[in-house]
Design a protein around this ligand. Structure first.
Ligand code: 4AD
Ligand code: MG
Length: 482
């Protein structure tokens, strides 16, 4: 079996009937009788299996016995037209080698329906299922499309640090990075931990955002984007939060809030179009899967549109843009607010919006994506540009059906005095953030950017409903297995 392996995707789309090929992959199912054995083999290159036909008379009994669900095989055979239904070609095996057995008594992925909760516990194997194979192939396609989009627009991919000494979002929910011996912490004279003795000689943490460094890049390179892991230690055990997630953060010099919204809308539409154009097989599978799941939901919670229809709908509609103030008016007068159905009732201007409010606006009121802008300064980060009214800042959030907030961004405060004041108000001092403030002293310029939560995008394009199912190895409170 010297021949190089051909990937099943390639074989199914470009294979020549009558030619001999070597394929390698994992057994999904085997059916056999005295005269013939059918093996469905999958190698991860496509959601489709290839049907392998083996002659039991020409295959050793030992090999036949070891061909069970999950086993890894190398097969050489001839590609022929298939007699059976469900596939146009199949591989007539000449020789089968068992590379790795999978004891049927112990292999957890027997061919039956498994719950997503169960599959999360076996994340080391779940990528071998149709669902997770499709999700992670699509995750790759989306990551590629992100780079393609920004590259085509002339943005520079900037690698910002993962270990930082600053708290970009001012939320304080950070994972500490230290090499200090926790059993023997060095102390200062006042009895505090002495971080001068730590590896970096100062307090450090895992980044909550690459934005601050991204801004430095934009004020030199013009237009940049980051795409990296992001860490938040908020104890939010929800289906939309991870402790480790991936964020895409573009930053543009000489662009104000309007242009920022335009870029975000263009990017989201580009990524969704890319999925529709390039992930057809996986999307069709996930569409059918999502439709199946819908049947288990109560009527009122069901989606009016299927997965692929929801993606098309995004492309066909402009996002609704409205101010926070307008949104509060709509929410105040909404049925769930009047009937006290919201968990958090909207009583006055200034209230922070919860995901129930965001979803009401998107799913019930406008029935399309919404961009909210000009939020109260008090509920947004210190670096957002203050408006003339002195109450609101040039923030924008994009809200998506079924997801809530998918993008958060703003025009940045480019005026030195204003920025220094806002930072000080939340106890960030010049000595902590001198390098960030300095860009406002030397050649400052209006600039804007946003962050797209990559897993929130993945939820939307795959129709999965729990964020733990769109990242290979999710990190969340109480879980860092694998
Ligand atoms: O709204 P956020 O916190 O904004 C920022 O971090 C800014 N620095 C972005 C910028 O302007 N450059 O986060 C941005 C997005 C959210 O809209 C959400 O999609 C995602 O990141 N996100 C999370 N995704 C998964 N798990 C979490 N814990 C997340 N927190 C935020
Ligand atoms: Mg946000």
């Amino acid at each position: 079996m010297a021949q190089q392996r051909t990937k099943i995707k390639e074989l199914l789309s470009n294979g020549t009937e009558g030619k001999t090929y070597t394929i390698k992959g994992w057994v999904r199912t085997k059916r056999e009788n005295k005269n013939v054995a059918f093996i469905a083999l999958n190698d991860g290159s496509t959601i489709k299996n290839i049907q392998v036909v083996a002659d039991p008379a020409k295959t050793s009994e030992e090999v036949l016995r070891k061909i069970t669900t999950g086993a890894a095989l190398a097969i050489e055979g001839t590609l022929v037209a298939s007699q059976g239904q469900g596939q146009s070609v199949e591989l007539q095996a000449h020789s089968i080698q068992v590379l790795g057995e999978a004891d049927p008594e112990k292999y957890p992925l027997q061919p039956k329906k498994h719950s997503l909760e169960f599959l999360r516990e076996i994340a080391h194997l779940r990528m071998r299922t149709n669902t997770f194979g499709a999700v992670f192939r699509m995750r790759h396609a989306m990551a590629y499309a992100v780079h393609k989009f920004f590259h085509e627009k002339g943005f520079v991919n900037l690698h910002t640090p993962i270990i930082t000494g600053s708290d970009a979002e001012g939320a304080g929910e950070m994972f500490r990075v230290t090499t200090l011996d926790l059993d023997k912490l060095p102390r200062t004279e006042e009895g505090k931990v002495n971080f001068k003795e730590d590896f970096f000689e100062k307090e450090t943490n895992l980044t909550v955002s690459g934005q601050l460094e991204g801004e430095l890049g934009a004020l030199a390179l013009g237009e940049i984007y980051t795409f990296g892991p992001t860490f938040r230690a908020e104890n939010s055990n929800t289906s939309r939060h991870l402790a480790e997630f991936w964020m895409i953060e573009p930053e543009m010099a000489f662009v104000e809030l309007e242009g920022n919204m335009d870029l975000a809308e263009e990017m989201l539409k580009y990524l969704i179009r890319y999925a529709l154009d390039n992930c057809t097989d996986d999307l069709e599978f996930l569409d059918a899967r999502a439709a199946e799941e819908e049947k288990n939901k109560p009527q009122v919670e069901r989606n009016e549109l299927g997965l692929i229809e929801r993606l098309r709908f995004i492309l066909d509609n402009d996002f609704e843009r409205l101010s926070y103030t307008e949104a509060i008016e709509i929410l105040k007068n909404s049925k769930p607010n009047k009937k006290k159905k919201f968990n958090y009732l909207i009583e006055e201007w200034g209230a922070d919006l919860q995901s129930e409010h965001e979803r009401y606006l998107v799913e019930k009121h406008f029935k399309k994506p919404v961009i909210l802008f000009d939020y109260p300064a008090a509920i947004k980060a210190f670096y957002m540009r203050r408006n003339e009214d002195n109450k609101t800042v040039r923030a924008m959030d994009i809200l998506f059906p079924g997801i809530g907030e998918i993008v958060g961004g703003s025009q940045r405060e480019e005026r030195y005095e204003e920025l220094k004041e806002r930072a000080a108000a939340i106890d960030i001092h010049e000595e902590d953030l001198w390098w960030y403030l300095e860009t406002r002293k030397f050649g400052t310029a209006p600039h804007s950017g946003f962050g797209l939560g990559f897993e929130r995008l993945m939820l939307f394009v795959t129709g999965m409903t729990n964020i733990r199912d769109v990242i290979p190895f999710p990190r969340f409170p109480g879980n860092a297995e694998f």
